[in-house]
Design a protein around this ligand. Structure first.
Ligand SMILES: [Zn+2]
Length: 414
């Protein structure tokens, strides 16, 4: 059973505990006023409008169930599987020391950006590095090494960001939402969108019942009904909020972006894009060759292994080498934009059942592809052309397997 991941902030932990009770209370009031007071007592018993009441009740409970299912799925996903980047394997003592340091820093300074910066691990064999260069494209810094999280002291996978709420890096982090109990990220964004969408529709049904009853009272010359008025006001407030959230989320899905990406979209994205090992040096882009050797690599070098300086490189090691061009996008270019249809499918799933029901995690949660962490769009080919970086001539998986095996063999013999 996975352990729940709670926020490191006391006030957020309290909000996460109190808000579900608040939601239950609101739903209790809604059900009492809409079902008992307006539909049964007024429209059915007083007005004898059984057809209208049946239609209202079917819609009410349909969207209630869909909303509750999406809410529970989102809530438990944010608690049990918020998409945290696993910490690198460390010795027990080292891990405890790192954890202590992380907590101390977090206490001292809540703002990650301002806390003391720990430089990236200079070790060429740094744990976790291989997971990046065994793919064909990954997000990197200008020196060609992956991004580094100073707080977690580990390399950050593509599209992951450090959450100061959870004190950990989160994959495709979107935002921390106390309404659904925690971090909305790649594991829960589809469920969260369904929740907002169904809550919007649920509010629309409530509004319809409230407005219909209100009009009936007016037509009959009765005094204004307090319950109908309260339902209209509550449905408008919650409906506007959740429908707005649903529309924003749907827009983000079609654009394959997140709240965090939107904040940074004027920044360029630097990518390490694999090129053939035989590619001659170019003045248009720096390159980096993995596995790294000796001291940290400096950008702008020709990418040839510094064999004369740091010992001879064996023929087998050379075969296992992978060369990457360090390419920069323009501001607002999104390397993960696959087109509207594929963007939607990568988050909401392949078929309409998955789009409508909170049953499966997004396909983009699967990071097994050897091409990149997240499926890349046509921008990568355009970038290669823009910089004159050649395509890989043999994209065969068998060649790849030989390389990996080779490197593993080398490591085992180290
Ligand atoms: Zn982190």
């Amino acid at each position: 059973m996975p352990r729940p991941h709670h926020s490191t902030r006391a006030e957020t932990r309290w909000a996460v505990r109190i808000i579900p009770l608040f939601i239950v209370a609101i739903l209790g009031v809604a059900t009492y006023s809409v079902v008992a007071r307006l539909c049964i007592d007024y429209l059915y018993n007083e007005k004898h409008q059984s057809g209208v009441v049946t239609a209202f009740l079917v819609l009410y409970f349909l969207f209630f169930l869909l909303m509750a299912a999406a809410y529970l799925r989102t809530f438990f996903t944010t608690q049990l599987n918020p998409g945290l980047v696993p910490l690198p394997p460390r010795e027990q003592t080292e891990r405890e020391a790192a954890e202590k340091l992380r907590k101390r820093r977090h206490k001292r300074n809540r703002d990650v950006e301002e806390s003391a910066y720990t430089p990236p691990d200079p070790n060429p064999d740094s744990p976790g590095l291989e997971a990046f260069y065994s793919k064909d494209v990954f997000v990197c810094e200008v020196d060609g090494r992956p991004k580094w999280c100073s707080e977690c002291q580990q390399w950050k996978p593509d599209r992951s960001h450090h959450s100061s709420d959870l004190g950990r890096c989160v994959r495709k982090m979107d935002h921390f939402c106390p309404w659904v109990g925690g971090m909305v990220s790649e594991t829960s964004f589809n469920f969260f969108t369904q929740f907002c969408f169904y809550t919007g529709l649920f509010c629309a049904v409530n509004l319809a019942v409230g407005a219909y009853s209100f009009r009936q009272h007016q037509q009959d010359g009765d005094p204004t009904d307090g319950w109908a008025l309260a339902v209209i006001v509550l449905a408008c407030v919650f409906g506007t909020f959740t429908f707005g959230m649903a529309l924003t989320s749907i827009r983000f899905i079609f654009l394959n972006t997140t709240n965090v990406d939107m904040l940074k979209r004027s920044n360029v994205v630097v990518l390490a894009v694999r090129i053939p090992l035989s590619t001659p040096p170019s003045i248009k882009y720096p390159v980096i060759v993995y596995p790294l050797r000796g001291p940290p690599h400096r950008p702008g070098s020709d990418g040839q292994p510094p064999s004369s300086q740091y010992g001879t490189v064996s023929a087998r090691d050379q075969q296992a080498e992978r060369k990457f061009a360090i390419l920069r996008t323009k501001p607002r270019e999104n390397p993960w934009n696959l087109g509207l249809r594929e963007n939607w499918k990568s988050i909401m799933g392949d078929n309409i059942i998955e789009w409508l029901l909170p049953i499966r995690h997004s396909p983009c949660c699967n990071h097994e592809s050897m091409e990149s962490d997240y499926k890349l769009g046509p921008l990568i080919s355009r970038l290669r052309k823009r910089y004159g970086a050649p395509e890989l001539e043999t994209p065969t998986r068998s060649g790849h397997a030989i390389e990996l095996q080779d490197r593993t063999g080398r490591r085992a013999s180290d």
